[in-house]
Design a protein around this ligand. Structure first.
Ligand SMILES: Cc1ncc(C[n+]2csc(CCOP(=O)(O)OP(=O)(O)O)c2C)c(N)n1
Ligand SMILES: [Mg+2]
Length: 283
């Protein structure tokens, strides 16, 4: 099993890390008065386990060749990854106030050339997994033991290019590839399962030859076990973790809001959301 370096640097619990990611995302949303905070709050637990349990990286050297690669296929989730990168010490906390501004290193959609730790420029949905396949092939060809993690959305399951990449990963027996699907059952026009149902999802991935798990993506214990199982599987096959998440998780008044792809947060509600979060700070 690969060394876990990030966790060793801190005694902070995963719950506290996830809380920190949520807080930073809300702070960035407040700076702009908008942002994909519903997605960030929903995927915060997945990011906490990725960065503080599973992945190897060196905060002081984001380009360290031995790092596991984390690809954000969903460029609009950039606010979530920035929050994780700040929590991980790869980006400085004082840049939160620049979020989405001209010349910021944190534009509203993820851009690889702008931001340390942002491995690819995502955003055109359905491309991350194909890039991840190429990266996993390249790392293996160089004899590396790094994993490539690709975070994608349920909406991307409707893209044909995703399934080409799925088959390609199987063909090449990419055991160093771990795909994470943020299944929030939400797309731009409503619930994903109403738009284009591809379920049952895990059996489908398995039928394509993948090691597939489906977990509650807001349960840190379940996530930790799933990431361990994905990394430790001995099969010559790629792995996927389908994470069922709840948008706006952790802020009840936003969780209850009629869910849209881009959650509306009124100007006075940012402070209210931060107060609610602060009252729930884990040790
Ligand atoms: C190829 C492509 N088609 C359409 C879009 C426009 N778009 C941006 S986000 C989004 C929603 C897709 O659903 P999902 O990826 O599940 O995002 P969520 O609503 O969960 O944030 C769409 C359609 C895009 N970025 N790329
Ligand atoms: Mg979605």
């Amino acid at each position: 099993m690969p060394q876990i370096t990030a966790d060793a640097r801190s005694n902070m619990s995963l719950a506290r890390r996830a809380w920190g990611i949520r807080r930073k995302a809300l702070q960035m949303g407040e700076v702009q008065g908008q942002g994909y905070v519903g997605q960030a709050l929903g995927v915060a637990d997945v990011l906490a386990v990725s960065y503080f349990h599973a992945m190897r990286f060196q905060p002081e050297d984001p380009e360290w060749d031995g790092r596991d690669r984390f690809l954000l296929s969903i460029g609009h989730y950039a606010i979530a990854l920035y929050a994780a990168l700040i929590e991980a010490g790869i980006l400085p906390e004082n840049e939160i106030n620049t979020y989405g501004m001209d010349d910021s290193r944190m534009p509203m959609s993820g851009m690889a050339s702008y931001t340390p730790g942002m491995e690819i420029t995502g955003g055109s949905l359905g491309h991350g997994l194909g890039i991840a396949v190429g990266m996993a092939l390249g790392l293996r060809a160089k004899g590396g033991d790094q994993f490539v993690y690709n975070l994608m959305s349920d909406g991307e399951l409707g893209e044909g290019s995703t399934w080409e990449a799925v088959m390609s990963a199987t063909q090449h027996q990419l055991s160093n590839l771990i795909c994470i699907v943020d299944f929030n059952n939400q797309q731009a026009d409503g619930p994903s399962r109403d738009a284009l149902a591809v379920g049952p999802e895990a059996p489908k991935w398995r039928a394509f030859g993948w090691h597939a798990q489906e977990v509650d993506g807001n349960d840190l214990t379940a996530l930790t076990a799933a990431f361990d199982a994905a990394r430790c599987d001995q099969g010559a096959r790629p792995r996927v973790i389908i994470c069922n998440t709840k948008m706006c998780k952790g802020i009840p008044f936003l969780e209850r809001r009629e869910m849209t792809h881009f959650v509306r947060v009124d100007p006075d509600e940012w402070a209210r959301a931060l107060t609610i979060l602060d009252e729930e700070m884990p040790l």
